[in-house]
Design a binder for this molecule. Structure first.
Ligand SMILES: Cc1cc2nc3c(=O)[nH]c(=O)nc-3n(C[C@H](O)[C@H](O)[C@H](O)COP(=O)(O)O)c2cc1C
Length: 476
């Protein structure tokens, strides 16, 4: 591993919860700050339409190696005083297999900007986090992050066997490909390769210098998967994050046939816990995640031979988090009053993975709010490719309008309880789409079970806390 293993990794939290201000704050403190790489294309497009307050994106783009690409993105999305109040955001183009240029350029630019800004003002390493399941933007996104000098790539929600090889190729500005699962009408799937060649985007005749290959740390819940990753990956793995089912965000489903509690949550058992003895034998640094955000959590992890812990929930509630301040405050107050509740929803996420949802009035955790929302798929980050009867590849999402999903060969039962995470997550960070009629898309907040323990950092006299408070409290 090239970086010195930190005791605390601030978990990557999409979309834009762990944005550059949080990652920068944590890295400046000598721990590992991690930006979320999820949907940075759309987030950058929306920040530009909001007028790029503080000029951060434009400042970062002055250092971007491909000025003509930067100009194209600015010309398309930047609105100097921000879009008029009440106007909708302009949608940005969705990814496809043909490698349409516009979405790829927006990904390269968005990832560069986020990492560049997180690295500004210090020389400590910064990481980026991706969800394996959101496959189409991977190659362009990683290339953008590499151009900005990302030191660590962390990936969860899938088995990222191909990523190590991708990191080696793209760091040398060589072409790379990524295997993407395409489901078939007959229930059988196939693998189709998404290709990306930096040469098609580099603007000068001369190649930019080779970049340092970042460390790669996959997230897994099971020692068996860690072992598969070690044996079958396309290159070096530098460590593991071992994440249990109390963690915020997506969780791995329970192993074997799923059973559910009366409340409808998946039931986890002993066999869902990773065998740490097996992980230790692999000889790589590892971090424990999932309700590990306390001095005891760190102490236990170190006693188990871990290098430290990865923490999400506590950082998601601190001042530098991207979640809007009023939502953060309400969640903290609920927690301090003993009223916080986190539900492991097996259906909400179109990825099919259980998703932790914090109860919050007026958000999509509220059944009435969910049922009142008209389904629409206008962002499309979670669309899954499928083979159409005419042989072409189409895209569908189980949270899109039911009739459209079924017309694309999807099963109606798969649409039940699905929530549009694309729109909800971008609403969580203050950039909700405005709908016809003037209403806005609603939030859906994810938190880990540690939400109930926020009193470690906060009190009714001092509700707000910073990333520094989290780091100092945990390090003791
Ligand atoms: C708001 C929020 C968003 C998250 N988003 C992601 C994500 O995009 N990718 C990911 O790998 N993990 C994600 N996570 C998981 C965290 O990175 C981290 O592993 C986890 O929160 C650790 O457990 P804790 O919440 O008990 O501290 C998210 C967690 C939270 C609370």
């Amino acid at each position: 591993m090239k970086i010195t293993p930190p005791k605390i990794i601030q978990g990557g939290m999409g979309a834009a919860v762990s944005s550059w201000p949080l990652a920068q704050a944590v890295s400046k403190l000598g721990q590992l700050g991690v930006v979320s790489g999820t949907a940075l294309d759309g987030i950058t497009a929306r920040r530009l339409q909001d007028g790029d307050e503080g000029g951060h994106i434009r400042r970062a783009l002055e250092h971007f190696p491909f000025p003509r690409m930067a100009k194209r993105v600015l010309d398309t999305f930047y609105i100097p005083d921000g879009k008029p109040a009440g106007a909708s955001y302009r949608n940005y183009p969705m990814h496809d297999f043909e490698g349409r240029r516009e979405p790829l350029e927006l990904c390269i630019v968005g990832n560069f900007v986020e990492v560049f800004l997180a690295r500004e003002g210090h020389s400590n390493p910064v990481g980026i986090n991706y969800l394996e399941k959101l496959q189409l933007p991977h190659l362009a996104s990683i290339y953008g992050a590499l151009l900005a000098g990302v030191a660590v790539v962390i990936m969860g929600a899938g088995i990222p066997l191909a990523i190590p090889g991708v990191l080696s190729a793209l760091s040398n500005h060589e072409g790379a490909e990524y295997p993407i699962y395409v489901s078939g009408a007959d229930g059988k799937g196939e693998t189709v390769y998404m290709k990306f060649d930096p040469a098609a985007f580099i603007e000068d005749e001369v190649l930019p210098p080779a970049m340092e290959r970042p460390d790669f740390i996959p997230i897994t819940s099971a020692d068996a998967l860690a072992s598969i990753l070690l044996k079958k990956s396309s290159g070096t793995i530098d460590g593991f994050i071992i994440e249990g089912n109390l963690a915020g965000g997506h969780n791995a489903p329970p192993r074997g046939k799923a059973t559910y509690s009366e409340a409808g949550e998946p039931i986890y058992g002993k066999r869902d816990e990773a065998k740490l003895s097996a992980i230790r034998e692999m000889g790589l640094p590892f971090w424990l995640a999932g309700s590990a955000g306390s001095p005891e959590g760190l102490k236990n992890a170190l006693a188990e031979g871990a290098a430290g812990v990865q923490i999400g929930t506590a950082f998601a509630l601190c001042e530098e988090s991207g979640i809007t301040p009023n939502v953060r405050r309400e969640l903290i107050q609920k927690s301090l009053a003993g009223e916080a509740h986190v539900y492991t929803d097996p259906l909400a996420s179109p990825t099919g993975f259980p998703f932790k949802v914090a109860a919050l009035g007026g958000s999509l955790s509220d059944e009435d709010v969910y049922l009142a929302r008209q389904r629409i798929c206008d962002l499309g980050a979670l669309r899954q490719p499928y083979r159409r009867p005419d042989g072409k590849i189409g895209f569908r999402c189980s949270a899109e309008p039911v009739a459209a999903y079924v017309a694309k060969g999807g099963k109606e039962e798969d649409t039940i309880g699905r929530k549009c995470l694309c729109n909800a997550l971008i609403a969580n960070v203050g950039m909700p789409q405005r709908l016809k009629g003037g209403s806005e898309e609603k939030c859906l907040i994810t938190m880990g079970d540690d939400l109930v323990n926020v009193g470690l950092f906060s009190s009714s006299e001092q509700i707000c806390f910073s990333a520094k408070d989290v780091v100092n409290t945990i390090l003791g």
